[in-house]
Design a protein. Sequence first.
Length: 421
Amino acid sequence: MYDLLVVGAGPYGLSIASHAAAAGLNMRVFGRPMACWRDNMPRGMFLKSEPWASNLSDPAGRWHLGAYCAEQGLTARHAKPIPVEAFASYGLWFARHAVPGVDERMVTRVASGPDGFAVVTEDGEELRTRAVALAVGVMPFVEVPSALRGLHPSLVTHSSHHSELDQFRGKDVTVIGGGQAALETAALLAEQGTRVRVLARADRLVWNDVPPPWERPVWQSVRSPHSGLGPGWKNWFYSERPNLFRRLPEPTRTRIATTALGPAGAWWVRDRVEGVVEVLPGHEVAAASAVPGGLRLDTVSREGALHTLETEHVIAATGFRPRCDRIGLLSAELRGSLAALPDGSPAVGRDFESSHPGLFLAGLVTAGGFGPAMRFVHGATFTAATLVRGVRRRLRTTPMGGTVPVPGGSRRNESPAPVRP
């Protein structure tokens, strides 16, 4: 019987595992390290977050991105974006130094079991544990507009489905979305000779400003402090005080989690898009259908005007929607026992524990409770330390049955029956 099994080996899972190991827990971490960063982002992309805000977390703060870059002869400084490939390599380096023995098998099922949980790996091994930390990243929550669902993958893909874009050389591609993923994908496509356009729902594209210098007059720092999510007091609050964010009224938390730091392109992408890529702002896909050579998109503008265009492929850079019903590796009984927020995401308590005792959540799925920082690597530091404290607290309490009161949850179900051998 383990104390803790960590499911997922991205920035959050590796950080949690590092803190759990340092705390002396009998634990294991499962997953291919940095898989999303290695497999689901095209070559040539850069990390939008500042290097100093992109650290994985170990208790001593020793294995940070700056240390890796110094060892590799790379530059990690303010206002200089880091290539995604370098960040993925940093995560592997962190795993080797700060996490004992990552098991690269995938977990296929987590179910409630006697005195805790039964966790099943892809090769059928079943392990028992008193607590589970789910750090499954963003891939289970891919969101594609309803008009595009059901079309063949040769016609429609999500931006996260591509580790390279070579297959689109010389073709006509339409990118849906107005955020960083859409704009950087469009820039990379244009630079390789793809005929590309961006179709965005917003009336205009939004671009982040060049960050202010790290060293600057005190009055400027007081007026607009640096933070892991960008300059300004609001961003500082979201970034540095997620524990206080959780105390906001639930409707306020939900509004901020869904609207703060909305779709925007990084300053260093702007010149690669404006004047280079065709942009169709204020348009939304109303219908889509396959036609010879590709697909036809019927779009509607803000004013209600209808337009039609044909393209060979659509890349939907339309983000992710973290909902309880999309956490497919949880058994139906366990998934159904989770208290949910109005947006469908799981409710979590102060230590990232769900309404099911011993089941802890991390990353994007907790943004509704702890704020926008949970959508970024920067949130891993707060999450890892807080979650492991919660696990230790949970291990000191018995029995494991019942439910945990979670503020803001829409339901309070009884624990499901134990899984049968």
